[in-house]
Design a protein around this ligand. Structure first.
Ligand code: NAI
Length: 348
C-alpha cells in the first residue's frame, strides 16, 4: 500500500486507481449503487476490479487471490463489499486478514440519526473508533484437552496507544467534545487495564476533549437510554464490533451506517453490514451504507466536496421519505434509491 504520512483521514494526492471489491451476497448490488453515485460526482477513478471471499474461492480456489493483494499494494485504497465468513468452520475472516495484512488499525463508523428515518432514539451522533488488529481477533485458538479450548486475547500498549491517539486526533480534527473508552477492566484487569492505561495517557495531550470511561455492559444500556451522552467511542476490536451494530440499530439499521478502515499507508472503505444472505439477489438491499462509505473514500482522496454532495443528496432522499428500501420503512428497490440519490445530486 502507498505511504500516507497522516494518521488523520484525508489524503491530498489523488491515486491513479482504486481497488474495487464487489464482495459476496448483497455486495455487488450495493457496490454498483456506490459506483453510480461516484460517477455522478464527476470524480474520475480508475477502478481495478478484484474478486475476494466466496466468489473468489469459487473461481480461483482461494478467497484471497494474489491479484487482490497486488492490487491493494499498488492502489493503497479500496472500496469493498461485504465478504462471507462461515460460522465455526472454514477459513479465517478475510476482512480480519486484510485489515491485519495492511495494518488498517482504525475502524471508523460514523452513526447518526437521519431526518425521515424514524426510530425510538433521537440525538444520536456517534463516531465508533474500533481497534482493528488485535484482541480476540488475533485468531490464536487451540484445544488444550478434549472439550477444553482457549482463545487468546492479545492487547498491546503499542496498538492501544495508536488507536487512542487516532480517536483523539479524530475528535480534535472534527471538533468533537468527548472520547469515551469502553472496557471491561473490572474483569480483564490486565488486558483491558492496559488499554485504559494507554487511553488515559494519550488523553492527557488533548485537554480540550473530555475523556470518559465506561464498562461495556453499562455503556450498552446507556447508549440506548442516553445516546446523547456519548460522542467518540473508543473500543477494542470485539467490543467495537458488537457496539457498532448496536449503534446502527439506534439510527435505523445496518443499511444506513458506513465505515472505513484506516492505516498509515492506506484505507479500505466498506459498510458496517455483512452479506445479508436473506435478501441477497433480490434487489432490495439498502445501498445507503455503501454509498456513504464511498463518500468517506472521496474525503480520503481529497475530494471532500464530492463526498459532501453525496451526503447531502442521501440526506435529502431520506428526509423526503418517498423512495426508501424496506429496512427503513419503504418499498423501493436498491436501484430506485440509487436513482433518487443521483437525481438529488443533479439538483444540488
Ligand atoms: P448482515 O449484516 O449480513 O445481516 C444482518 C441483518 O441486517 C440481516 O437481516 C440483513 O438482511 C440486514 N441487512 C444487512 N445489510 C443490509 C442492507 N444493506 N439493506 C437492508 N438490510 C440489510 O449480518 P450477518 O447475517 O450476521 O452476516 C452475514 C455474513 O456477512 C456472514 O458471513 C458474516 O461473516 C459476513 N459479514 C461480513 C462483513 C464484512 O465483510 N465487512 C461484516 C459483517 C458480516
Amino acid at each position: 500500500m502507498k505511504k500516507n504520512s497522516q494518521t488523520t483521514v484525508s489524503q491530498k494526492t489523488h491515486p491513479r486507481a482504486v481497488t474495487l471489491i464487489p464482495g459476496d451476497g448483497v455486495g455487488p448490488e450495493v457496490v454498483n449503487a456506490a459506483l453510480a453515485v461516484i460517477e455522478a460526482t464527476g470524480v474520475a477513478i480508475e477502478w481495478d476490479r478484484q474478486a475476494a471471499g466466496m466468489n473468489a474461492f469459487r473461481r480461483f480456489g482461494t478467497p484471497v487471490p494474489d491479484a487482490l493483494i497486488k492490487s491493494l499494494k499498488r492502489t493503497g485504497v479500496a472500496l469493498k463489499g461485504p465478504l462471507e465468513t462461515r460460522v465455526a468452520e472454514g477459513w479465517r475472516s478475510i476482512n480480519v486478514y486484510l485489515r491485519r495484512t495492511f495494518d488498517l488499525y482504525a475502524n471508523v463508523r460514523p452513526t447518526m440519526n437521519f431526518a425521515g428515518v424514524h426510530t425510538p432514539f433521537s440525538n444520536v451522533d456517534l463516531i465508533v473508533v474500533r481497534e482493528n488488529t488485535e484482541d480476540l481477533y488475533s485468531g490464536i485458538e487451540h484445544e488444550i484437552a478434549p472439550g477444553v479450548v482457549e482463545s487468546i486475547k492479545v492487547i498491546t500498549a503499542r496498538a492501544s496507544r495508536r488507536i487512542a491517539k487516532f480517536a483523539f486526533e479524530y475528535a480534535r480534527t472534527h471538533r468533537r467534545k468527548s472520547v469515551t473508552a469502553i472496557h471491561k477492566a473490572n474483569i480483564m484487569k490486565l488486558s483491558d487495564g492496559l488499554f485504559l492505561k494507554c487511553a488515559r495517557a494519550v488523553s492527557a495531550g488533548y485537554k480540550e476533549i473530555r475523556y470518559q470511561e465506561q464498562i461495556v455492559d453499562a455503556a450498552c444500556m446507556r447508549l440506548v437510554t442516553h445516546p446523547e451522552s456519548f460522542d467518540v467511542l473508543l473500543l477494542e476490536n470485539l467490543y467495537g464490533d458488537i457496539v457498532s451494530d448496536l449503534c446502527a440499530g439506534l439510527v435505523g439499521g445496518l443499511g444506513l451506517v458506513p465505515g472505513a478502515n484506516y492505516g498509515d499507508k492506506g484505507a479500505i472503505f466498506e459498510a458496517v453490514h455483512g452479506t445479508a444472505p436473506d435478501i441477497a439477489g433480490k434487489g432490495i438491499a439498502n445501498p445507503i451504507a455503501m454509498i456513504l462509505s464511498s463518500a468517506m473514500m472521496l474525503d480520503y482522496l481529497g475530494r471532500r466536496a464530492a463526498g459532501d454532495k453525496i451526503r447531502a443528496a442521501t440526506a435529502s432522499v431520506l428526509r423526503a421519505g418517498k423512495v426508501l428500501t424496506r429496512d427503513v420503512g419503504g418499498k423501493a428497490s436498491t436501484s430506485e434509491v440509487t436513482g433518487a440519490i443521483v437525481k438529488a445530486m443533479s439538483r444540488g
